[in-house]
Design a protein around this ligand. Structure first.
Ligand code: SIN
Length: 513
């Protein structure tokens, strides 16, 4: 670590070095800010792995109203319509900001942005950079911009372990760096820690994305929202590698089909077929696998000969797995990909805890509802980062209270993975969720290295148990239909623990409803 963090007390502290964290830091400049990254800046963050790009209504045939209507339709009745409207209408602006910061977006020979198609979008509106390497290119541009901004102090190899809260207000961050525990006194903390894929066996996220920000917020007393809605991507490369390589939906946008071992396009009868909303395609693939079939992506005819050129990252992952997409079918299965739920925030990123903001995947603005529309997440991160920064800059600024730094062991998600993978996958049922909730409660109460991951898993399991319907990415085989009057869900760590304790002591179906 090259900076003495004690000299930086009082600055806003951003936890997380993905697109949301970096953009928030850049928008806060020239206000001095401290950015904490668990590894080398730009490494091991989901943002850098994003193949899809940023959705924005930029085409001549497009309109923000159409983008909004696609977002609301994919969200299956649970989006916050006002939040969605404000975000999609603001979407084109940050793309210009990113281009100004040096991000090289894919363009036509005439210089216009190339617009791709992904599932459930009624228009071509996905802006890519470097083909299927959009996240990598956006991160390259942002990391360079952050490194050359003198007011942003970046501390690498540091992990936040707890937030200090007094009388409902943040007073600092307890963290661990290479030299030991440190306490960072601050009254302004921004969570930008990404998602939860590391809590599942099969995920397209970096292993370190294991709900760390959700645990920090929940232990600080924050309210979380929509935790039961976890997106499974239908086309992860089915091989031994973990995390699983993603095969972007953009490949289906260019005409690739999903077939089984007999060559049958079993999605043919589904409205939208391969480009139906992601939850629908994921469930169809999941069921076909459960019925004993093998499932493949066929890119041989379309995109065909241009596949490797258009999708170099995916072509390379296939080659590493011994698959030549020009001649072979690509084996696929669904894998955890994105969390629609998160820390409940308003559009300025404010959580229910004073002095705590959240931005990006860790936050739940209500944009995604029950099922995220492809490529809306990077858009949300870059749009909201500006609003978060404005809110942080306008909030009271004083040094937090110094405190002793105590050491806490690093979180270990391994005991939680089998529980979540089994009970909180593409389909769920009440019995499986209850069993998982009881086991997660026991793990949480052990107060050891698995406790933070267990807390996150427990809140998700209880939220899934309490939603006695199927909607978007949350499919309950025991409640397979929509329920009337469904709303977004809210939960805290205390209410989840209380519900799980009640469940453990009186295991009736109604006990947590
Ligand atoms: C993909 O490229 O299929 C993923 C895009 C996204 O998750 O939004």
């Amino acid at each position: 670590m090259s900076v003495d963090v004690q000299d930086l007390a009082g600055r806003p502290v951003i936890i997380g070095g993905g697109i949301a964290g970096l953009m928030t830091a850049l928008h806060l400049a020239p206000e001095p800010v401290l950015l904490l990254s668990r590894s080398l800046l730009g490494a091991d963050v989901s943002s850098a792995w994003a193949q899809g790009g940023l959705a924005a209504s930029l085409g001549d045939d497009d309109d923000p109203a159409l983008h909004l209507s696609d977002t609301l339709a994919a969200g299956d009745g649970l989006c916050d319509a006002d939040a969605a409207r404000r975000i999609v209408y603001a979407a084109p602006g940050p793309i210009e900001d990113l281009a100004r910061l040096g991000v090289r977006f894919d363009r036509t020979p005439e210089g216009a942005l190339t617009l791709g198609l992904e599932a459930a979008h009624s228009r071509r509106r996905i802006v890519h950079a470097g083909g299927d390497g959009s996240g990598r290119e956006v991160m390259r541009g942002l990391v360079a911009a952050v490194r050359s901004t003198p007011t942003i102090a970046v501390v690498e190899d540091i992990e936040a372990r707890r937030l200090a809260v007094e009388d409902g207000r943040v007073t600092g961050v307890l963290a661990r760096c290479s030299t030991g525990p440190v306490f960072l006194a601050t009254v302004r903390v921004i969570l930008a820690t990404g998602g939860i894929g590391g809590l599942f066996h099969d995920s397209t996220n970096p292993l370190g994305s294991c709900g760390h920000g959700l645990a920090l917020a929940a232990r600080a007393g924050a309210t979380l929202a929509d935790l039961e809605f976890i997106q499974f991507h239908p086309t992860a490369l089915d091989g031994p590698g973990r995390p699983m390589p993603l095969i972007s939906e953009a490949v289906r946008g260019e005409g690739a089909t999903i077939v089984d071992e007999t060559g049958r396009r079993f999605l043919h009868g589904v409205r939208g077929a391969e480009l139906a909303p992601r939850d629908i395609v994921a469930r169809a693939v999941w069921r076909h696998l459960a019925d004993g079939h093998r499932v493949f992506l066929d890119v041989r005819k379309k995109p065909g000969a241009t596949f490797a050129q258009q999708f170099p990252t995916i072509a390379s992952a296939c080659n590493k797995a011994g698959i030549d997409p020009a001649h072979d079918l690509i084996p696929i299965r669904p894998a955890q990909h994105y969390h629609m739920g998160g820390v409940a925030v308003d559009l300025a990123g404010r959580t229910s805890v004073q002095g705590l903001w959240a931005c990006g995947e860790v936050a739940s603005t209500g944009l995604h509802g029950a099922n995220r529309l492809a490529s809306n997440s990077l858009t949300e991160a870059v749009v909201c980062a500006r609003w978060v920064a404005e809110s942080v800059a306008a909030s009271p600024q004083h040094r937090g209270k110094p405190a002793m730094a105590s050491d806490l062991p690093p979180p270990d998600p391994r005991p939680v993975r089998p529980l979540l993978s089994h009970a909180l996958g593409v389909t769920r049922d009440g019995e499986g969720l209850k069993e998982a909730a009881r086991a997660l409660l026991l793990l949480f109460q052990r107060h050891d290295t698995a406790s933070d991951s267990a807390a996150v898993g427990l809140m998700i399991a209880i939220a899934a148990l309490q939603r006695r319907e199927s909607r978007g990415a949350h499919f309950r085989t025991d409640f397979p239909h929509h329920a009337a009057g469904a709303r977004r869900s809210q939960i805290t760590l205390d209410t989840a623990v209380a519900a799980a304790r009640e469940l453990a002591s009186s295991p009736t179906p109604e006990s947590v409803s």
